[in-house]
Ligand binder design. Sequence first.
Ligand code: G3P
Ligand code: MG
Length: 437
Amino acid sequence: MQYYNSDTMPAPLHIQNEGSNTHHHARRLSIADVTKEDLSHGPTVIVPGSPSVGSPTSTTIAETIALARDHLEHPAETQEPAVEFEEDSDDVSENSQLSNVVPDYVFGFDLDGVFLRGGNVIPEAKEALRILNGDNEEGVKVPYIFLTNGGGKTEAERCLDLSRQLDVAVSPEQFICGHTPMSEMAAQYHTVLVVGGEGEKCRHVAENYGFKDVVTPGDLVKWKPSVCPFRKLTDEEYANSKERDFTDVNIEAIFVFADSRDWASDAQIILELLMSKNGRMGTVSESHTEGPPIFFAHNDVVWSTSYDLTRYGMGALRIMIEALYKESTGKTIDVTTYGKPSKATFDYATRVLQQWRKDLFDDPAPPRTVYFVGDTPESDIRGSNEYDEHSESDWYSILVETGVYESGTEPRYKPRKTVRNVLEAVKFGMERERRRK
Ligand code: G3P
Ligand code: MG
């Protein structure tokens, strides 16, 4: 198995600039009336209230990160200065908000098990963000980004959900998901199988990333129900699945975007393709060397839900696929996994934060300290600790007890600090910075 390790990670959203070549403002859109369409046009911040009636304090952080990410991914279109507020009354207040933004440390957050659990907001989450957004003794605002292995929706949809749940301004550009780097492969593979997620959502994510010909397991079952003898498509699935003859279609790559909703039939199809001649259904490669490559959005074996115990996730499907491939062929299959703890995810976060500091403080160095808060030792703590070994920034890992990690047990990868929840993590990091100064 290999971790994805590219130096570049492209934008999850295909940002189109309308007219102007330079963005000085991210657009503010209200949760109440934003559409998916709106979210595909340049750096954007979703605000919980009305964007015209003032903005929550968190807008400043979300907006400057949105701009930084846009500038990072469209450097040729950016003129200096990258962040510039006009001298009207609103922008004067923006400037005074910006003067309180701390320049040298930031927070990176995992989502599931830190802010959310089984779709519910963890009680301390809102207060943690309020503090970062300026509700603290010094009135300082501390930037933050989200690095989640989760997915199955576009970054924009995820951002809408989170803004609603946490009642805070969030920008899609603050999100780096497990499947974000998969967009880079859209130029390389034409016909791809996309596995996982609810209904047609992952097909849409893949199309949004630029994949030209996206096949789902549902399309293959609709073509020949006997491919998966025990899977019956619901009426809705049948209607949404594409009518197509796969006799002459070569599937060039397999992408597991999100957790499988039907392991048996998804595994059946994945294994058939891995053992096929050039990704053509119904064929068998005698050498077992002619199948398409397979990519997983992350490698979390377990994750934290609303149930008391952890549940198996995408990493467990990966183990199952590898075991069945070995059982069937006697060989080892080479798989690629993205997401934390892979270096690319942390590299990309560093570049966004570096660009953010360049925009705001004209300083090209990355932040001095990144407090990285997660619940899973194997992905969050491992990733942060390993990245710290060769990073210019000090990546300070903080483990919380609201998710995968169980209080009182010995984590496989040791954090620099363990706290009960995200609120304690934020207070700890900010207090450490106060003492340092
Ligand atoms: O399926 C997603 C889960 O494995 C982890 O998500 O936000 O904890 O990285 P997150
Ligand atoms: Mg987590």
